[in-house]
Design a protein around this ligand. Structure first.
Ligand SMILES: Cc1cc2nc3c(=O)[nH]c(=O)nc-3n(C[C@H](O)[C@H](O)[C@H](O)COP(=O)(O)OP(=O)(O)OC[C@H]3O[C@@H](n4cnc5c(N)ncnc54)[C@H](O)[C@@H]3O)c2cc1C
Length: 474
């Protein structure tokens, strides 16, 4: 189907057709004006304001099957909303039929087998809460409100990455409804080509309804949290970060960030709004060892706040949630780094000093470890040489502030991209980043992904994503 311009007449026609969808489904169908439509259509980044023609709130796999069938019969564009957290707003599209997966949030844990079965509408916190009942966890991201589906399909990294790799490296299998509205299993035994494509190729191959993750003993307590200093100590703190991260054991993940101090109760009032530097640490091994390992961070310089303590792993996983709420405006620029160079630290300080909003930050996430140990071809995520992620994270409240904040992020990125491995994280790309950035993210995997797409979605039914065009390789 060719993309169509949506005008009012078309929207009316589609809405009439969609009334017919209601009778095929168990879950509710929301049309513009219905109670719940506005909430269901909005995504995390307020810069994206898509208005789907209708939203199906799927309750089970049969709703997904029937919706795909319906969309194909009526030539409707499909979009799929997991947690709605994608910064580019890929979960929504004007005039589309949105499959909202957020009512499918159950998790079943098999503690003996160390497997979690999660429905695809789960947020990260849903999985952590259930697995932690058994003292287990899988590799997930730093914000508990993020959707598991988008995160896993794009790779996924967090505090456990250095021990066990990308989130997608820890997937045992997925249940997927494909473009011909059939439920299939993707694992190393069943449809291995599809399984490969799903671990980095995003939502290109179907609607994932369930994900099975490998679990590991973690917690219930870890040593984690933040220590913050005034920006005047940034040079020393970033040098400390650089040295500690370089020699960190896999159980330790370190994040450095510079931003205006938020009005958090653990930071002195007179510092709120002033530029600060912080190290966020999580040691997921034995807490008594973790306390020794993070001691040099706590002893450094003159901190303005220190909440780096023993805490429940599940709490650690949601510690940053309040700093990035749904409904603000966001614009990011990101690159993978293979090392932290002193010259980069200099640039980080320079651009942090130019931040134009109280919510923006320059962040260095440590990844690496187990992630570096698998072959590049293991999954499409690739980038196995990446050891850090630089994220220039613009965040502000008012639309009239878009130009200054986007300008700040772009300028900082232009100046710092020279330190990149040349690769970038597909899940951190913004709406204005096009094919050359997808190439930077997926690189050598693109040709093989195009072949998987040609087999599983030859008509490109699933295209509200980082789209891979179907192409047979001869
Ligand atoms: C505040 C914040 C913190 C973040 N932290 C991390 C982090 O620590 N680590 C990390 O790796 N990433 C992180 N991310 C990035 C995150 O991985 C991506 O934004 C991801 O796309 C979010 O997944 P979602 O399900 O919420 O996305 P959505 O916006 O719902 O969807 C994103 C894409 O995935 C597709 N999709 C969603 N569900 C399905 C499904 N069931 N089947 C098929 N396709 C589907 C959608 O169609 C869309 O194309 C963060 C993002 C935010 C906003």
């Amino acid at each position: 189907m060719n993309a169509k311009t949506i005008n009012n007449q078309e929207i009316e026609l589609k809405q009439a057709l969609l009334e017919g969808l209601r009778i095929r489904l168990k879950g509710p169908v929301l049309l513009p004006g219905d109670s719940g439509y506005e909430d269901a259509r909005t995504v995390w980044n307020a810069m994206i304001d898509g208005k789907p023609a209708a939203i199906v709130r799927c309750i089970g796999v049969s709703d997904v099957i029937n919706s795909i069938q319906f969309a194909r019969e009526h030539d409707l564009l499909l979009c799929i909303k997991g947690g709605g957290h994608n910064i580019a707003g890929l979960a929504t599209a004007n005039g589309a039929l949105m499959l909202d997966m957020s009512l499918m949030r159950s998790v079943w844990v098999e503690p003996q087998a160390r497997i979690a079965h999660a429905q695809a509408g789960c947020l990260l916190g849903d999985v952590d809460r259930e697995t932690q009942v058994h003292g287990l966890a899988t590799v997930l991201g730093f914000n508990a409100q993020t959707g598991i589906a988008g995160l896993t399909l794009g790779g996924g990294f967090g505090y456990l990455t250095r021990r066990w790799g990308w989130t997608s490296d820890n997937v045992i299998g997925m249940d997927v409804v494909t473009a011909d509205a059939k439920l299939v299993r993707a694992s190393s035994e069943e449809n291995p080509d599809l399984f490969w494509g799903l671990r980095g190729g995003g939502g290109n191959f179907g609607v994932v309804t369930g994900i099975d993750y490998k679990l590991y003993p973690v917690g219930p307590e870890v040593v984690g949290g933040l220590v913050a200093w005034p920006a005047s100590e940034a040079a020393g703190v970033l040098e400390l970060y650089r040295t500690l991260a370089e020699h960190a054991p896999p159980e330790l993940t370190l994040v450095a960030l510079l931003r205006p101090a938020p009005p958090a109760p653990w930071l002195p009032k007179d510092m709120h709004g002033q530029l600060m530097v912080a190290i966020l640490a999580c040691y997921s091994g034995l807490p008594e060892e973790g306390e020794k390992i993070v001691a040099p961070i706590k002893a450094f310089g003159n901190p303005i706040g220190d909440v780096l303590v023993r805490r429940p792993y599940a709490q650690m996983q949601s510690m940053l949630d309040a700093t990035q709420p749904k409904g603000r405006r966001y614009y990011w620029k990101s690159e993978y780094l293979s090392r932290i160079e002193p010259a980069l630290c200099q640039k980080v300080m320079e651009h942090a000093a130019k931040i134009r909003s109280p919510h923006s930050a320059v962040i260095l996430f440590q990844i690496g470890g187990a992630l570096n140990q698998l072959e590049a071809e293991h999954s499409p995520v690739g980038n196995r040489e990446a050891r850090y992620v630089l994220n220039i994270a613009g965040s502000w409240e008012q639309a009239d502030q878009d130009p200054v904040n986007m300008g700040w992020a772009r300028e900082a990125w232009e100046d710092m991209k020279v330190f990149s491995t040349g690769g970038t994280y597909i899940n951190f790309l913004t709406r204005d980043e096009g094919s050359e950035r997808i190439e930077a993210a997926l690189g050598k995997s693109l040709q093989r992904l195009a072949a998987v797409k040609a087999k599983w979605d030859p008509e490109n039914v699933f295209r509200t994503n980082r789209n891979i065009k179907p192409q047979l390789v001869h």
